[in-house]
Design a binder for this molecule. Structure first.
Ligand code: FES
Ligand SMILES: [Fe+2]
Length: 392
């Protein structure tokens, strides 16, 4: 038992033949969301916002952190943090909460030496160490460890910054290494952020419904059916789902070779030795628990399903686009159906969300040959929330 919720009620059997889905309450109950925020979302890597999301400042986070000594505040899941580029160039992350009486330390992006708290002047260095504060000279037993700022783990990958607010399940590199190996020909720094409408949206459905839908290829032939749908644009018979420890890849060949990747961008294993003209339509990468990195010949779509504390049936949907090839980027909606597929998914998930809250939703079963991805996701949620415990 944790938080009064019974482990058994949520158990997801590792055997797909026997497994039942997480119950509907895991998608609708505020108490379960609280539990997830303290477990899954404290033990995995979360994407820091692309823009500083404090009210007075909306500069790009990564570019505001290029200079030594630069610092930027941001919020993640309702909690305040700031990133600080140290004098050696290493990025640090700290809670944006003074250790004296809890005032925010960094109110907008800045570059400088020590950090001075606006409330009573406590000073910290760029490593988060307490330096000085008038009134605290020669105080006995001071500073204590808790008077310094706590280090929050973070990592940089390409132009993205990832943060783990607690002790992560594994280093960030373990979450991303399979993805990295799949795209040897794509230079991450060459991906150019493109501002588009609807980058940040509050949408219907629990965050897990979005991740579940992403991991579910079973719906493609229905929800994205042809003519003119994704089911037509890809060769569905070539569709593959690869499940790893903390990440998963789905990919398929394009129905029409010219809409696929040139071979030089991807690892050799994506070539069909029997038919070299086949080209990959997209690599759809999922990084547990809530990040998807979708590589297309036009570029990259980074999507994040952020829970909203206190609102289990809503998700903050982040939808960032990056161009690899400008000409193809302009055709991402006509050739690669970017907006169409997004709209079809959002609509389907909103309908499912109503079902989840209806009181009529039994635990589902998984079709073994079609739903290995959804089963993997449900199992990983269960294991992370309940700390790897098996059935009790
Ligand atoms: S709250 Fe920061 S110095 Fe008092
Ligand atoms: Fe879909």
């Amino acid at each position: 038992m944790k938080n009064g919720l019974s482990t058994k009620e949520f158990f997801v059997d590792p055997n797909i033949d026997r497994a039942e889905s997480l119950p509907a309450s895991a998608f609708a109950d505020p108490e379960f969301l609280e539990l997830e925020l303290g477990t899954i979302f404290a033990r995995t890597w979360l994407l820091a916002p692309q823009e500083n999301n404090t009210e007075d400042d909306s500069a790009n986070l990564a570019s505001s952190l290029e200079k030594k000594g630069s610092r930027v505040p941001f919020n993640l899941l309702g909690k305040p943090f700031f990133l600080q580029r140290g004098q050696q160039g290493r990025l640090k992350c700290f809670p944006n909460v003074c250790t004296h009486a809890w005032h925010p330390l960094v109110e907008s992006s800045s570059v400088g030496g020590s950090i001075v708290c606006p409330q009573h002047g406590r000073q910290f260095d760029n490593e988060g160490r307490f330096v000085a504060q008038a009134g605290f000279e020669k105080k006995k037993g001071f500073p204590r460890e808790s008077d310094h700022l706590r280090n929050i783990q973070n990592d940089e990958w390409g132009q993205w910054i990832f943060v783990s607010t607690g002790e992560p399940l594994a280093p960030f590199r373990e979450f991303i290494e399979k993805l990295q190996q799949s795209i040897p020909g794509i230079k991450l720094e060459s991906l150019e952020r493109q501002r588009v409408e609807g980058e940040v949206r509050e949408v219907k459905g629990n965050w897990k419904q979005h991740a579940w839908n992403y991991m579910d290829n079973f719906h493609i032939r229905f929800v994205h059916k042809g003519p003119g749908g994704l089911a037509d644009a890809v060769d569905l018979s070539s569709y593959r789902t690869e499940l790893y420890k903390f990440s998963a890849l789905q990919w398929a060949y394009a129905r029409h070779g010219e809409t696929g990747f040139e071979h030089r961008f991807l690892a050799d294993r994506f070539r069909d030795p029997k038919n070299i003209s086949k080209r990959v339509f997209a690599l759809w990468w999922f990084i547990f628990p809530n990040i998807t990195l979708n590589f297309y010949p036009w570029g990259l779509s980074v999507n994040v399903y952020m829970p909203i504390p206190g609102k289990p049936d809503k998700t903050l949907f982040l939808w960032y686009q990056y161009a690899l090839d400008q000409e193809k980027f302009q055709n991402r909606n006509s050739t690669w159906l970017s907006e169409q597929v997004d709209a079809e998914d959002i609509e389907a998930i909103s309908l499912v969300s109503t079902g989840a809250k209806s009181g009529f939703a039994p635990r589902g079963r998984f079709a073994p040959n079609e739903e290995a991805g959804p089963h993997w996701f449900h199992k990983l949620v269960y294991e992370t929330v309940f700390n790897g415990r098996t059935k009790q």
